[in-house]
Write a protein that binds this ligand. Structure first.
Ligand code: CA
Length: 612
């Protein structure tokens, strides 16, 4: 008697497969890396980028011109798309914080509908602090049945590229070819195995590690780019062209398998291009800002969806959508409960945001098919390091930790400029959005609005013309950006902090507003007319006072040029207070910048060269 329900269930399942006209669709998610909004041809933003296959995919489906991701950085953005949940809800705020194994992923959920899942390319959800890898957090521990995963030339795989299973999987594979080609072949290898089992639906995550740095010049694509462009631009265009060829090969394979009509495809960039020293050659124009910012340039990326026969072809969709919608859409088309219709209280507040398994995205199919004319999202949220943001189109409020709020109308790309900051003109909208943002951040892990910890991020907003240049002047209490000189005086002169030790004592500069996990890396840009032996001393949260052991020496360079001095500070616990004691009897000590980087990659930094 006990076995009967199982037999009944089995026959029902077999019956379903035998008689169903259509089985559940496959889902293919292509996720590129640091790929700016402008960089695909059909976007129409840049004339140098050529992506005929991606353009064809867009013509066969829809370009979402307001497509967002959940963070302006790799790991948190990937945690969001892989789970369909705002990653801050389970503590993946930024790179260096891996996704814990108990977090429920899309491939894990799809198992209930009989899907087999595969990944090719970059994972980046297993990187702990100080860039260590945790093998317990690899894709095969997070729901992927088959995998060929890695960023560049070294991979961990369940199958060889020719399709042969590795009996000792996870097996290490080294391949010297261009990473984009390898990652395309990893995806093709997965598809080849699916062709042998056409009755089983599948999910494939093809995460290209491009055009992210380190750049390379792969042929035959590089020599087809315009020779008068900057080398980085040519390299990015070559890598994007290689991705485009990969899309062509994969779509040809789907056609050969007879699966073209039965595959829902998403193409999304994980975050905007970085534009500073680490420029990857990609561009975000006309979006303002870059990777590392919650302005449009950091979180609005290429976003295409295609499902022949289900999503009308050739559309441009202008209502905001987000990468979180991939999981909700995939689960609904797989016939599973996406559980995203969260109960709300009378004020509209979502009561289940804090429930770990509740999705934050929506099923996009009714919206992209035209069945539902309303907007998929009333409100979108972000929090990343020292920034948080909320968007209720067309308004977006950005909270810069310790620097106040910005309010923009983002209808036009140039909307996020200092001249268009509406924070004073629209106090009621700003207050309403801030209250909602505070309520949302209170449900996160850890809860709360962003801390004022990353001056370098505030600098980015200043460089992109979204806030004025940072004022650098002594505060009424005599400190300069939190630094104080004991036994001497401090001044800002010619873009540097100038230290004048007292007549009889050498004094020191000190900052007691620190909070960094040890060990800490200190990077100072300094110079002096007379240098010499100097010292860093510190105090942690646990220490009753400055202890003699908490000290490292360094040499203050005597030089008319700025010199970078880098030190590992072997702090045990949390650094809260630091002293920089200059060389004895030295003169003309100057500091251009100080950066302190904690063990968890959090930084506190000061630049004195923006003084006017
Ligand atoms: Ca990225």
């Amino acid at each position: 008697m006990k076995a009967l329900p199982v037999i009944l269930l089995s026959s029902l399942v077999i019956g379903y497969w035998s008689f169903a006209v259509e089985r559940c669709p496959n889902v293919l998610l292509i996720y590129t890396d640091d790929h700016g909004w402008a960089d695909f041809g059909a976007q129409g933003a840049d004339k140098d980028v050529r992506t005929p296959n991606l353009d064809q995919l867009a013509r066969d489906g829809v370009i979402c011109r307001r497509g967002y991701v959940t963070a302006p950085q790799c790991t948190p953005s990937r945690a969001g798309v892989m789970t369909g949940m705002y990653q801050n809800r389970f503590g993946v705020e930024h790179n260096g914080l891996p996704m814990r194994s108990e977090v429920v992923t899309l491939p894990e959920r799809l198992k209930a509908a009989g899907y087999i899942s595969g990944i090719s390319g970059k994972w980046h959800l297993d990187v702990t602090e100080r860039r260590r890898l945790d093998p317990e957090l690899l894709p095969h521990k997070q729901g992927f049945d088959e995998y060929f995963t890695g960023p560049m030339h070294d991979y961990v795989a369940s199958h060889a590229l020719d399709g042969t299973p590795f009996p000792d999987a996870p097996h290490k594979v080294h391949d010297e070819r261009c990473r984009v080609v390898i990652q395309t072949e990893g995806a093709l290898s997965f598809l080849k195995r699916r062709a042998a089992k056409p009755e089983q639906p599948w999910f494939l995550y093809l995460a290209y590690m491009a055009p992210h740095v380190p750049l390379e010049s792969p042929e035959p694509w590089f020599s087809k780019t315009r020779a008068d462009l900057p080398k980085e631009r040519r390299q990015a265009l070559a890598l994007i062209a290689a991705i485009d060829d990969g899309i062509g090969r994969i779509r040809a394979k789907l056609k050969e398998m007879g699966q073209e009509q039965n595959t829902l495809i998403f193409f999304i960039g994980d975050n905007g291009a970085p534009l500073g020293e680490m420029w990857d050659g990609s561009i975000n124009l006309p979006m303002r800002g870059e990777k590392g910012m919650l302005s449009e340039g950091g979180i609005r990326t290429p976003f295409v969806a295609a499902w022949p026969g289900k999503i009308p072809a050739g559309q441009i969709y202008d209502k905001p959508v987000i990468s979180l919608d991939v999981a909700a859409t995939a689960l609904v088309v797989a016939g599973l409960d996406s559980t995203h219709h969260a109960p709300r209280d009378a004020s509209g507040a979502d009561l289940t945001r804090s429930v770990r398994s509740t999705l934050d995205g929506v099923n996009l199919i009714p919206f992209l098919s035209g069945e539902n004319k309303s907007a998929p999202h009333q409100t979108l949220y972000w929090r990343w390091m020292s920034q948080a943001a909320i968007q209720e189109f067309p308004y977006k409020l950005i909270a810069l930790g310790g620097q106040g709020n910005l309010l923009f109308d983002i209808t036009t790309p140039e909307g996020e400029s200092m001249a268009r900051n509406l924070i004073k003109q629209q106090p009621e909208i700003a207050a309403r959005l801030e209250a909602k943002l505070k309520a949302w951040t209170a449900t996160l892990e850890p809860p709360g609005m962003p801390p004022p910890l990353a001056d370098r991020h505030v600098m980015l907003f200043s460089e992109h013309g979204m806030i004025p240049a940072l004022p650098v002047k002594p505060a009424p209490d005599g400190t300069i950006q939190g630094w104080l000189c004991r036994g001497g005086t401090l001044a800002i002169k010619d873009g540097a902090l100038v230290i004048t030790p007292g007549a009889d004592i050498r004094g020191f500069i000190t900052n007691s507003h620190l909070d960094l996990a040890g060990p800490v890396t200190a990077t100072l840009r300094v110079r002096a007319k007379q240098g010499g032996k100097s010292r860093l001393t510190w105090r942690t949260k646990q220490d009753p006072d400055f202890l003699p052991a908490n000290s490292v020496p360094f040499n203050w360079p005597a030089s008319s040029e700025w010199k970078e001095v880098k030190m590992e500070i072997p702090v045990k616990g949390r650094l809260i207070h630091l002293r920089i004691t200059p060389a004895s009897r030295s003169s003309g000590l100057e500091v251009q910048s100080i950066e302190l980087r904690g063990n968890d990659d959090k930084t506190q930094s000061w630049r004195f060269d923006s003084a006017k």
